[in-house]
Ligand binder design. Sequence first.
Ligand code: PMP
Length: 443
Amino acid sequence: MTPTAASLTNETAAARARAVIPGGVNSPVRAFGSVGGTPLSIVAAEGATVTDVTGREYVDLVASWGPALLGHAHPRVVEAVREAATRGLSFGASTPGETELAELVADRLDLHGVRGLERLRLVSTGTEATMTAIRLARGATGRDVIIKFAGHYHGHSDGLLAESGSGVATLGLPGSAGVPAPVAGLTLVLPYNDRDAVRDAFAAHPGRIAAIIAEGAGANAGVLAPEAGFNDFLVRTARENGALFILDEVLTGFRVHPAGWWGLERERGARYVPDLYTFGKVIGGGMPLAGLGGRAELMEMLAPLGPVYQAGTLSGNPLAVAAGIETLRLSDAAVYAHVDSASARVASALTEALAAAGVAHTLSFAGSLFSVAFRDAPVRDYADAKDQDAWRYGPFFHAMLQHGVSLPPSVFEAWFLTAAHDDAALSRIEEALPYAARAAASA
Ligand code: PMP
């Protein structure tokens, strides 16, 4: 029986969902597994807020896990999608829009005379983007082994789940059942920011490593930013050993800087250019859209020009492309400046509230992304991220929710600010934080 609107609660919505959807969710972290309690069932989102089935509104710091850089349902993005929809939902053919989006991305990655990216292939999810980038790196090098870093998340393709971040970290899993051992065995998982580990891996597997994949800045086991020079070191080491470097910007791309983490690091003096980039989230403005890009000579190894196969019925979907184009067009310098300052304001209120409540904590930053860890010492790698009083996060999270602020339901996730977090939204967060800090203190 369908409950009437009046009788809907998050509890009834979740119970009904669990009867037909595994765990009641279509992506594991949504189940509130690590914070406990009943997941919110969301019916609408606008600007800086989301609304649950009971009609209650929350200031949102999830931002759909990153895409909503402009805030939810920006009227011009919605209008672009509506207008595209009137012309057809999917053609399974090339469109002028996808070329325009690729040009916009290539322009953004053209920095001070360095052309970071020459070709872009659109797909529908970040998982597809990284999976394809790995296949391309293997096809281009004729090698099988890849290096990833513990706590970095690159989607859920078989070879990339080992010691992964995001839901895999939230659930405390080493990887996933169902991944054949020979596939998992082709992934070397190394501690992040550890140059010796990288050198040792190349020494131990001469001529076998196809690529290193790293998040721009890790943001899926809390924020794990690369130490200054680490990405330069990775690219240099990869090149010296005939391997490629894939920068996974699914989360950081177009969020932390107009040219993503790569752009932000170049402004801080980094000199590397990745062989391949992967994008997702902001590039689709909230619609299912992602991509991979890089040098022409490498990207043109993809079918139909080259031998590495990749395809997608909905790839470059016209509605998703319309949302992506409008989102990138609207994300000007003022948007990035606002997100930076909103983020700094929330981070400082957070640390002030936790300090006042006497809760040991450290904040990790990567541009406008930040996360909290309940420990004294800074977080440099995944082992550090796991070594914290993670149980404090559940009470902290629920106190924020009670005070009308929706946080990511895991301590291993970054907090996402948007251009729509205005003074009123930020004040509501600041008012809620002291309650949450006290709840964390007494946990
Ligand atoms: N890479 C990174 C860095 C991510 O953060 C994510 C998703 N959080 C992915 C890949 C996978 O993207 P998707 O969920 O769209 O498959």
